[in-house]
Design a protein around this ligand. Structure first.
Ligand SMILES: [Fe+2]
Length: 240
């Protein structure tokens, strides 16, 4: 298929959270103040890029147990594997695309100069990782389970444990930034950010499932998180 006729299915605005969600206070100043302008024609760079083949991945880029301390010491917390597949909405694997993730440490603290939460930094944990999906769209990280943390929204708002994820997909225009929550976390139904999703099934798609089959005995539990990005519109031929 040439890039000229490559088109992607429009994002379903009923499924994704609205930009303006007053229960999530910072969405109010960040949401558009004027009517959106529809860009009917994607630009060439949106359709042809990105190409990640030039990326040189380090040996520990997807291993947060090692990539900050370079093996000098291990981080505090529950050792976990986070893995899954990146597929489009029609179930087609998205190979060789970039998956980036970032997270708080086991105490719920980010290694970010603006994070002033009481929980201490972990000298052996940075909190960022990346990898490229394999031929079947599979990805895998080794890390620790992040802790929940408080944030200024309501009087007493706490984020459920979560890992932030950015996945590009087959085109710049399919990029998705999302979060993985952990199955069984009682903070999920209390979270004002989770509440911006109106459909409980949409919330379900953001929950990583405990996956004992991929855990490592005496080493790591595993959580499975499949990520779905927008798909390409089907090309119809004259004889169909
Ligand atoms: Fe976060």
């Amino acid at each position: 298929m040439s890039h000229d006729n490559k088109r992607f299915v429009a994002r379903d605005r009923d499924w994704h959270p609205p930009a303006y969600a007053p229960g999530y206070k910072t969405s109010v100043p960040r949401s558009p103040q004027q009517a959106l302008v529809s860009m009917q024609q994607p630009t060439v760079s949106e359709l042809t890029g990105p190409d990640f083949s030039h990326l040189r991945m380090g040996p520990h880029d997807n291993d947060l147990l090692m990539n900050f301390s370079q093996g000098e010491g291990l981080p505090q917390g529950e050792r976990i594997i986070m893995h899954g597949r990146v597929v489009d909405q029609f179930g087609k694997p998205v190979p060789h695309t970039l998956v980036e993730m970032w997270q708080a440490n086991a105490g719920g603290r980010y290694r970010h100069k603006k994070d002033a939460y009481l929980a201490p930094l972990d000298p052996h944990f940075g909190g960022v990782g990346r990898c490229l999906t394999d031929d079947q769209g599979g990805y895998r990280f080794r890390t620790i389970k992040p802790g929940p943390y408080p944030w200024p929204n309501d009087v007493n708002s706490w984020r459920p444990a979560h890992i932030h994820v950015s996945v590009t997909g087959p085109s710049i225009s399919t990029r998705l930034i999302t979060q993985m929550y952990f199955e069984g976390d009682p903070l999920i139904p209390l979270c004002p950010i989770v509440h911006t999703l109106s459909d409980p099934e949409a919330v379900d798609t953001m929950i990583g499932r405990l996956d004992m089959a991929h855990s490592k005995p005496m080493d790591c539990l595993a959580y499975r998180f499949d990520i779905v990005v927008r798909g390409e519109l089907q090309t119809y031929f004259e004889n169909q």
